[in-house]
Design a protein around this ligand. Structure first.
Ligand code: LLP
Length: 421
């Protein structure tokens, strides 16, 4: 459920008509709903009620500080994957002891930044990384709390580019080698082993892969405890999918996911962390764009929008489906027609949808891409020297620009010409 709904024939974000935002900030833009972000965070928090837990929002999904502040104020922790994300979370007011640091390639600098500022734990992904973290922490006179990310060799049954839990993926250490890697961790100075981490992929639309992975984690917990390690925290990653195509998708709900966690791991008495990104932010955001031209091809009609692949890359990159709806509600019973919906960027990959059935649209009409809150703005670029599009946050009847559109001068003046030219 989200808070983008038609009211009086106009698509609203909570109580604000999107056409009003478009008139003020121009198109294209991203728009997020505070109520939806809040609702999604709470669904996870409530799903884990009864267990000691922390929901660490995977901020890579949407990292504007206004979003982080909204979630942080509700009590959320953050899952960060770079020094930049760490500093951004801190700037948004999230305390270090609610930040977990994931990622396969943490650098010394990033480790130092997090150790100096305070960190809940590092999720370590390899032995070389562990050696470096040990050395960095020791030099700083600190103890780095760590979990080790294990790769359970489970098929998450998702798009190949976002599956992470198979042995051929670059993530984590093979679960079969966990015993020796934990023994190494226990022998190194500067490290305090506190638990296990696992994350098997993203846009996961069934519970079975989670069950398989979490059963392996339960077994591993008992084995490591028997070896004398203190395993008090389990970080279970993120990945729960969302319905992108609302008419025919119904992925499992956070409550069902929470029940599975209790079922597979509840008996261990561990503190549970989860790292959802997409389910928190995905349907809490849309991208609004304007029709520039309607162009007739040989055998099809093209809707040429002012938004493009550089603004929302998911269709080009993952063949992802996004529902696209008109901002002005079409009259009941109006006949739909197929459109190829494209952006102005100079490559054929700049196609959002082919032969999508839509009510007839004309130049100047606004459309909204649903489910664009996660991996939308954060993956945008200035390709074709197109400005990064603004982000807007709505709260009931108020809205605020939370990242303005840069001017062309700002963009162009970032380049510097070397002295020999
Ligand atoms: N934890 C870790 C360690 C991760 O690598 C990820 C996502 C998450 C949590 C959050 O997963 P989520 O709950 O959002 O599924 N750009 C792609 C998705 C990449 C996901 C990368 N890792 C897309 O647009 O589909």
């Amino acid at each position: 459920m989200d808070h983008f709904i038609y009211r009086d024939g106009q698509l609203h974000a909570e109580d604000v008509p999107l056409a009003e935002i478009a008139a003020e900030v121009g198109t294209p833009f991203y728009c997020y709903s505070t109520a939806t972000l809040t609702r999604h965070y709470r669904l996870f928090d409530e799903a884990l009620a009864g267990m000691d837990h922390l929901v660490c929002y995977a901020m890579k999904a949407a990292s504007n500080q206004a979003i982080l502040r909204t979630l942080g104020d509700l009590g959320a922790g953050m899952d960060v994957v770079s020094g930049g994300e760490y500093l951004r979370a801190r700037a948004a007011g999230v305390p270090g002891d609610r930040i977990v640091f994931s990622g396969v390639g943490k650098t010394r600098d990033e480790m130092q930044t997090a150790l100096a500022g305070g960190i809940r734990q590092f999720n370590v992904e390899s032995e070389p990384e562990m050696q470096v973290l040990s050395a960095v922490a020791k030099d700083m006179g600190k103890m780095a709390p760590i979990t080790i990310r294990v790769n359970p060799d489970v098929d998450a049954k998702t798009h190949a580019k976002i599956a992470t839990g198979k042995s051929e993926n670059k993530f984590g250490i093979p679960i079969s080698r966990a015993r020796e890697v934990y023994a190494l961790a226990a022998s190194l100075p500067g490290l305090k082993v506190i638990g296990i981490d696992v994350h098997i992929g993203s846009q996961i639309t069934e519970l079975e892969p989670y069950r398989l992975a979490y059963e392996k984690v339960a077994e591993l917990t008992e084995m490591l405890r028997a070896e004398g390690h203190e395993i008090k925290r389990l970080d279970l990653g993120g990945g729960l999918g969302i319905p992108y195509e609302r008419s025919n998708e119904a992925p499992p709900l956070p409550t069902e996911y929470g029940a599975l966690i209790k079922d597979t791991l509840g008996h261990l008495g561990c503190e549970i962390e989860i790292e959802p990104g997409r389910l928190v932010a995905g349907n809490a955001g849309i991208m609004v764009s304007k029709v520039i031209y309607v162009k007739s091809g040989e055998d099809r009609e093209f809707l040429i929008l002012d938004g493009a692949m550089n603004d929302l890359i998911r269709p080009a990159m993952y063949d992802a489906h996004h529902d696209i709806i008109p901002v002005a509600e079409p009259a009941a019973g109006v006949e739909q027609q197929p459109y190829d919906i494209v952006g102005p960027v100079c490559e054929s990959g700049d196609t959002f949808a082919k032969q999508r059935m839509m009510a007839p649209l004309a130049t100047g009409d606004l459309v909204a891409f649903r489910s664009a809150g996660a991996y939308g703005a954060v993956m945008s670029s200035e390709y074709n020297t197109r400005p990064l599009i603004p982000e807007v946050l709505v709260h009931e009847h108020q809205f605020a620009v939370i990242r303005p559109r840069p001017t062309f001068d700002e963009m162009i003046n970032r380049d510097t010409i070397p002295p020999w030219l």
